[in-house]
Design a protein around this ligand. Structure first.
Ligand code: NAD
Length: 298
């Protein structure tokens, strides 16, 4: 089955990007979120992406406008999925929120709809039963700034139908991604198996008083040649997802995760600093220090 009508559930940092990329590649997109206020925020987010596509990809104004016009917005789940071939879930990284969502979705979605989760660290098998259609459920995981960091990790669980797995691979390619199929479940896929410990190690250095965030980033950037360090990356990711992932680890008894979560909350989230999208995280935007020409020199 070739997917044409795509619904994106959750219109935050990643959901907005997935929606716009999918529409940019010519698909009909419906964006679903919990209420109309969340959808109004999504419209602003998506409009802001238009400029990035023009700057980074050389997209024309008429192309980004017609992509935006292929997106509709709806806060009623049954309506949002009524014609969906594929539903991409990008809601908050909280197990119970996702379980409740899939239970409801399984009831209202047409039989034809395949569900995929964009979860960063959770496994499809954690939600397969709640979906009511385990054979039509798997993970399709994107990286932040999807239009240029274009990996799509496609990961099945034991009951995923191979035909559906292949269809999702084809869809990922059709929206401009480099498809990376994973046949065995792994929390964090390839990308976050590497990225999450890297970010945690960076926060440990700061919390132990070894170095400040800019020094950590500078060291990494000079020594590895990378254009961004762990704290710059944190800002791009946005703090909601790492924070929720840390709380899930805390629930599983990880004390260090609890400490980092508390630090992120009191020092940043409670002060309205959520990363790049909010104008401030570890750096201030739009001109963060780590991008200034002398950052790596002094
Ligand atoms: P976010 O906090 O920016 O957005 C989450 C969105 O989900 C919000 O708009 C919220 O209103 C909505 N939401 C919450 N409960 C909902 C429900 N029951 N129904 C519909 N919408 C609901 O989070 P994010 O960073 O975009 O992450 C979303 C998902 O994508 C997570 O699973 C995360 O692990 C994954 N992800 C994030 C990144 C990243 O870099 N931020 C990268 C890859 C994958």
């Amino acid at each position: 089955m070739e997917y044409m009508d795509i619904t994106i559930a959750g219109s935050g940092v990643l959901g907005s990007q997935i929606a716009f990329q999918t529409a940019f590649k010519g698909f009909n997109v419906t964006v679903y979120d919990i209420d109309d206020e969340a959808l109004e925020r999504a419209k602003v987010r998506i409009r802001n992406l238009e400029q990035r596509y023009q700057e980074d990809l050389g997209a024309l104004e008429e192309e980004v406008n017609s992509a935006y016009n292929r997106i509709s917005f709806c806060s009623v789940l049954s309506k949002a999925v009524s014609n969906a071939d594929l539903l991409i879930e990008a809601i908050s990284e909280v197990v119970q929120i996702k379980v409740d969502f899939y239970k409801e979705l399984g009831k209202v979605a047409p039989e034809k709809t395949t569900f995929v989760t964009n979860s960063s660290t959770l496994l499809p098998s954690q939600f397969a039963e709640a979906t009511g259609r385990p054979e039509k459920f798997l993970a399709l995981h994107f990286a932040n700034e999807i239009w240029k960091n274009n990996t799509a990790e496609i990961m099945k669980h034991k009951e995923t139908d191979m035909k559906v797995f292949d269809e999702v691979i084809e869809f990922a390619k059709a929206i401009g991604m480099v498809a990376i199929p994973l046949y065995k479940e792994q929390p964090g896929y390839i990308l976050n198996t590497l990225l999450v410990p890297y970010l945690e190690a960076a926060t440990c250095l700061v919390m132990k008083g070894i170095a400040d965030p800019e020094t950590v980033d500078k060291t990494w950037m000079i020594a590895s040649g990378s254009p961004i360090g762990p704290f710059g990356a944190y800002d791009v990711i946005g703090f909601n997802t790492p924070y929720n992932a840390l709380l899930e680890k805390e629930k599983a008894g990880d004390n260090q995760a609890a400490e980092v979560a508390e630090w992120l909350k009191t020092e940043f989230i409670d002060k309205g600093k959520f990363g790049k999208e909010s104008g401030e995280g570890f750096y201030k935007y739009p001109n963060p220090n780590y991008m200034k020409p002398d950052f790596l020199k002094s």
